[in-house]
Unconditional design. Structure first.
Length: 667
């Protein structure tokens, strides 16, 4: 359990960071557009009538400089929201400490923000919000609002907390910075006497790791270790920096063009595909920030290719240049030169372009493999397969059209964690079917039961807490089919005991929308005396209606469950051949009130007039029972008679109930 809690905390931490980065994608799209326009203006010497090229370039660089502080604001907001502290205070503290850190590292006026992410961009808001969280209970003024100004008083309570957290954050950051400076000086790999190709591999490894954690890898490595290596010649007329741009970072960090192509090949989500298409023109000019923050940052599934493929490109390109003796010109290739053009302009030979094509194809192939694994892990089909296996449900159920994709990124990851946890704990040894009696109070008989799922939690029999998670994940058909199979087995057990009840089985709307699932259920319960309980919103979907009609035409009974809650329509009673209607517990709980009594009374009498049997569920008190008897309800289901019971006890209850009332009638 401790391990699960720890894993969940780590997952929530990653979710929060991903939320923060996804939230600022529009900003990166804007900076990408400005950068691309600036490149085109400089390339083609375009003159804008409203601004000079020099001023436009300066404006672009100014916007780009905000890339160091915008993520700080976003991370502070989402972390504050996650740990339930004031978002505005977290943002103010994070921005204030970030600006202080920038000035501490480069004291100058006017203050210039660093271009791109720094270590402080990511770590500072996390440290600041944590201090706010844990210092608030100690230093809060604890002023209570009594005039409705709750928000203002809440912020005022942070007065001392803010200042103490500010100094605590700065002291912590300075201490960390001191330790990091020492470690970097002592462990700087670029001070070692190693071959240039080895140093380039080390440099790429560090760049990719920084990018993976949401920091601008190139800028971070340049700031920490310098960039002298990039200006040294690797081959005649080809520097390490040019080699890196032409043969390693094809389309940007982590081989951005390969990420884009593999994303377009594997992604099924329309939103992700749209963002990928939007980022295409930027990636062509080696601007791939959007892609990195969309799919790479903190994505464990893509960590291996993102870090190792650039290193693979280095080694293959280095060996190929030596083997094929590729020569290079003195033409200087700028970082934004599109792929293939850069190789041709630098070499004036087709071989270099073919080498690029080969590397790109290999990178796309490998990325596609990992992308498929990533999207598969997010797909609820993976969970469906695991659940089928745990419950021994055959894989012939393939209701793919019913599997619902979760909409938001947070919901996706959070729900995946929950559903995995549930599936890992679910198996056929822990799930049971219990039967709750529907008591015929007119004839004093118990011939009908509702099949209900029960869960064995370390010896304690509980209700199915997991159903809501299972249903939201689109896995309800699998559970419903398992229930039908268990009911089929139990029917044989009932018969061996000389008992022939009418059993009710609940079907989820998703199950009714699945033609495959209904076909399977019809096959399992063919010719059995079964009543299917259906909630009314099932009738909204055309496919579900067709499948409901299939159930009815196959001889099964239909019951409207939870009537009186949510979607309740008289049209359903008129339009469809319903055998039974169940008054929801919420109506029964109000039956002693005047309005509740009238609604129940009119519903019961209406059903009697049109030949529908009425079940009152959730009956718990003698008073409710007496009122319902007087109103002429057919069946009572509730704790006043019995909870859901194991099969043997259900049979025993039915027989003893009838014997008792037989004795009473004779007496």
């Amino acid at each position: 359990m401790q391990r699960i809690i720890q894993n969940k905390k780590i997952l929530l931490f990653l979710i929060t960071l991903q939320e923060a980065f996804i939230a600022i994608i529009p900003f990166f799209i804007l900076t990408g557009i400005l950068t691309l326009l600036n490149i085109l203006i400089q390339y083609f010497h375009i003159k804008l009538f409203f601004i000079s090229p020099e001023h436009f370039s300066l404006f672009t660089k100014t916007i780009q400089s905000y890339t160091s502080i915008i993520p700080t604001i976003s991370i502070a907001y989402f972390f504050a929201k996650r740990i339930k502290i004031s978002e505005i205070m977290a943002i103010l503290l994070s921005v204030t400490t970030f600006i202080t850190i920038v000035f501490y590292e480069h004291p100058a006026f006017p203050l210039e923000l660093p271009y791109g992410f720094t270590a402080a961009t990511v770590t500072n808001p996390i440290i600041a919000t944590i201090f706010l969280k844990y210092l608030y209970p100690v230093f809060s003024l604890d002023i209570k609002a009594n005039d409705g100004k709750h928000y203002a008083y809440r912020l005022f309570n942070y007065l001392f907390v803010f200042f103490i957290a500010y100094f605590a954050t700065m002291i912590t950051y300075i201490a960390i910075d001191f330790v990091m400076d020492y470690l970097i000086d002592e462990l700087n790999p670029f001070n070692l006497d190693l071959p240039g190709i080895v140093l380039l591999v080390i440099r790429n490894l560090l760049v990719q790791i920084f990018w993976f954690f949401g920091m601008h890898g190139e800028h971070m490595v340049n700031a920490l270790f310098g960039k002298e290596l990039l200006f040294k010649e690797m081959f005649p007329n080809l520097t390490y920096g040019e080699f890196q741009r032409i043969f390693v970072n094809i389309g940007g960090a982590g081989i951005g063009l390969a990420i884009l192509i593999s994303l377009l090949i594997t992604a099924k989500d329309k939103t992700i595909k749209k963002i990928a298409l939007i980022s295409s023109p930027f990636t062509i000019f080696n601007i791939d920030n959007i892609l990195i923050f969309l799919v790479i940052v903190f994505n464990r599934f893509l960590l291996i290719p993102f870090i190792l493929l650039p290193i693979m490109n280095i080694l293959i390109a280095y060996i190929s240049i030596k083997i094929f003796n590729i020569h290079f010109t003195k033409y200087y290739v700028v970082w934004s030169m599109p792929v293939f053009f850069d190789a041709y302009l630098k070499s004036h030979c087709i071989t270099a372009m073919i080498l690029q094509m080969f590397l790109l194809a290999l990178d796309v192939f490998i990325y596609t493999h990992f992308m498929k694994k990533f999207f598969s892990s997010q797909s609820i089909l993976t969970h469906a397969s695991a659940l089928e296996h745990n419950l021994e449900i055959e894989t012939e159920l393939r209701a793919k059209e019913d599997i619902k994709a979760f909409q938001a990124n947070q919901e996706l990851i959070d729900a995946n964690f929950k559903i995995r946890e549930v599936i890992d704990n679910l198996n056929k040894e822990k799930l049971f079917i219990y039967y709750q009696p529907k008591v015929d109070i007119k004839n004093n008989k118990v011939e009908k039961f509702e099949a209900l799922i029960r869960y064995n939690d370390n010896g304690k029999i509980k209700g199915p807490y997991f159903l809501d998670i299972i249903e939201k994940a689109g896995l309800a058909p699998i559970i419903d089919i398992w229930v039908c199979k268990q009911v089929k087995k139990d029917i044989e057990k009932f018969r061996k005991l000389g008992f022939y009840p009418i059993l009710s089985v609940n079907l989820h709307p998703d199950t009714l929308k699945s033609t495959d699932a209904i076909s399977k259920i019809l096959d399992i319960l063919k010719d059995e005396n079964i009543m299917f309980e259906i909630i009314e919103r099932s009738f909204v979907d055309k496919t579900a209606v067709r499948n409901i009609n299939r159930l009815k035409s196959s001889g099964f009974g239909l019951s409207i469950d939870d009537y009186g809650v949510g979607y309740s329509s008289l049209e359903t009673l008129i339009k469809y051949k319903i055998d039974e209607l169940k008054l929801d517990k919420t109506l029964i709980d109000k039956i002693e009130s005047h309005r509740g009594y009238l609604i129940c009374s009119h519903t019961i009498h209406l059903c009697k007039e049109i030949g529908i049997e009425v079940v009152a569920e959730g009956v718990e008190t003698q008073k409710q029972l007496e009122i319902l008897k007087n109103l002429g309800v057919d069946l009572i289901q509730g704790y006043i008679f019995a909870p859901a019971l194991p099969l043997n006890k259900a049979v025993k209850f039915a027989k003893e109930f009838e014997k008792l009332h037989l004795k009473l009638s004779r007496a």
